[in-house]
Design a binder for this molecule. Structure first.
Ligand code: SF4
Length: 376
């Protein structure tokens, strides 16, 4: 059984106004202590992974802030713990922010075995970048993509649509610039206004106008058509890849494979029915003794939760929900129940049923959240 390792780096240079990921201020970071604690957690928990680890993902937060010496020590410790269980050809992704990208660091990432770089761009428009609290400019993002693409073939660019004050033509420009940069993969998410974020507060105080849903939908539709013309495969609701460049790590999540997440706020799943979540507690994480007690909280998914998760994750992907597989896991009765719930959207053209696979149609993708929730 294939498995994946996720490492959460809980520091950022500053907080973007829309972000609800767990991260603290990097100026207070003790990088060596963090690295030691991550390795201690991995030593205590690596047995939760199968002996076939096919992907590593260094995410956050902002992993590109990790100093080179700490990164060398951390990755060498990680490799010695995982040993032969880590595939030679494992996909190894690092998330980076454009303002951190310098030639010396690109060399370091390459030397430690990184073979996929995911760049958080969000937009190339300087006014929008400044409004949402990003630290780079559009020009810096282009330079970073250029420098990274000279070293790595597998480069992903992240952008967002539906940003406050974002016009349709600004979004079109972002898409064009990203295509021209030569990236092999694009993740493009619709902005979600999450409670507890600065953006949520600013909208409540009427200092920023809420995003126009009609405009967001128009941007998403444009994105799908434009990237299709540019040769990208739309393989998941928010993800597009040139042939051969799908994210193997994220594909593991969508297929319900086993993964271990280490670091504060990281999640793990055993591929069966156990979820483990590390609390959002950086101070607690940094002083925890992993050799004597676990840090995570554990949850067992019910049959209904497992079914809903499989429906939701599968339908997000191009391949859709394999109903034979669903029936093998949950029985004929539950498969029939799903088909009954799907009937209205099958008749309305939002879902398609071919070869016993349920998939979102082109119009179903535009209203994916509603279409999928109709099945529960
Ligand atoms: S850099 Fe990324 S993780 Fe950090 S605050 Fe911004 S969006 Fe969140």
């Amino acid at each position: 059984m294939e498995s994946s390792l996720y490492i959460h780096i809980p520091y950022c240079a500053s907080k973007c106004i829309y972000c609800d990921f767990f991260s603290g201020g990097a100026k207070y970071a003790d990088w060596s202590l963090l690295s030691n604690q991550l390795l201690s957690e991995l030593s205590a928990r690596y047995h939760e992974l199968s002996s076939d680890i096919s992907t590593i993902y260094l995410g956050g937060g902002t992993p590109s802030l990790i100093p080179a010496d700490v990164l060398y020590t951390f990755i060498s410790g990680l490799r010695s713990i995982l040993g032969d269980a880590l595939r030679n050809n494992a996909e190894f992704t690092i998330e980076v922010n454009p303002e951190d990208v310098i030639t010396g660091l690109i060399d370091v990432w390459s030397e430690i075995g990184v073979n996929r770089v995911s760049v958080g761009i969000q937009s190339f428009d300087d006014n929008l970048l400044s409004l949402i609290g990003r630290k780079h400019s559009g020009q810096r993002a282009l330079e970073a993509l250029d420098a990274i693409s000279r070293r790595f073939q597998n480069v992903s660019g992240d952008i967002i649509f539906g940003l406050p004050n974002q016009s349709f033509s600004q979004f079109k420009d972002d898409v064009e610039l990203l295509i021209k940069s030569g990236v092999s993969h694009i993740s493009c998410y619709s902005l979600m206004v999450e409670p507890g974020t600065a953006l949520h507060q600013l909208i409540r105080q009427r200092k920023i106008a809420p995003v126009d849903e009609g405009l967001s939908e128009k941007m998403y539709q444009y994105l799908i058509e434009r990237l299709h013309k540019a040769g990208f495969e739309h393989y998941e609701i928010s993800n597009f890849a040139r042939p051969g460049f799908r994210s193997r790590h994220n594909t593991g999540y969508w297929k319900g494979r086993q993964y271990l997440g280490i670091g504060p706020a990281a999640h793990s799943y055993d591929g069966l029915r156990t979820r483990r979540s590390n609390p959002w507690n950086l101070k607690g994480y940094l002083k925890h003794d992993f050799s004597t007690a676990s840090f995570y909280e554990e949850e067992y998914l019910t049959d209904i939760e497992l079914q809903e998760e499989m429906i939701m994750l599968s339908l997000r992907t191009k391949e859709g929900l394999d109903l034979d597989n669903f029936e093998r896991r949950f029985g004929a009765f539950n498969k029939e129940r799903v088909l009954k719930s799907a009937q209205k959207d099958l008749d309305g053209g939002k879902l398609i049923l071919t070869d016993n696979r349920l998939q979102l149609s082109e119009s179903g993708i535009l209203t994916a959240d509603n279409t999928i929730s109709n099945l529960f």
